[in-house]
Ligand binder design. Structure first.
Ligand code: RB5
Length: 144
């Protein structure tokens, strides 16, 4: 299960990524926004982050740059949101950081790169091993 959300800056790309998920047979829930009208990205980041934090699901967040969405989502306990720009960052967000949400920019990322990142993000497992200890240390920062 994938929870997907965007603000107006990511709306157009979100709609295309939803088509891609449908083609791939990936079950998803759209947490908004539902039109290109201006909204506040922290509201959408919160909706997706809360769903991901309370389940084993993954999330996809898209705003103009992906920056605001990633900053906001990472405030929610249990979330590891990675701002990605290409196949390499998407792959290592999973392999090394066990990211459970991917963020990217609707104004900075082309459709083909976005589709490639989503595919990699959804299908790449966490490497574990030494990265387990490091991710655990990240999660301990939530207690400060
Ligand atoms: C909205 O104009 C823009 O600020 C937002 O989409 C995002 O890029 C913020 O980080």
């Amino acid at each position: 299960m994938v929870f997907i959300g965007s603000d107006h800056g990511g709306f157009e790309l979100k709609e295309k990524i939803k088509e891609f998920l449908e083609e791939k047979g990936v079950e998803f829930e759209d947490m908004g926004c539902f039109s290109p009208d201006s909204v506040d990205y922290p509201d959408i980041a919160k909706s997706v982050a809360l769903k991901v934090a309370s389940s084993n699901a993954k999330g996809i967040l898209i705003c103009g740059t992906g920056i605001g969405m990633s900053i906001a989502a990472n405030k929610v306990k249990g979330v590891r949101c990675a701002l990605c720009h290409d196949a390499y960052t998407a792959e290592f967000a999973r392999r090394h950081n066990d990211a459970n949400i991917i963020a990217f920019g609707g104004r900075t990322t082309g459709l083909e790169v976005a589709k490639q990142m989503v595919e990699i993000f959804l299908n790449t497992p966490f490497d574990g091993g030494r990265h387990e200890r490091r991710v655990k240390k990240i999660m301990e920062l939530e207690e400060i």
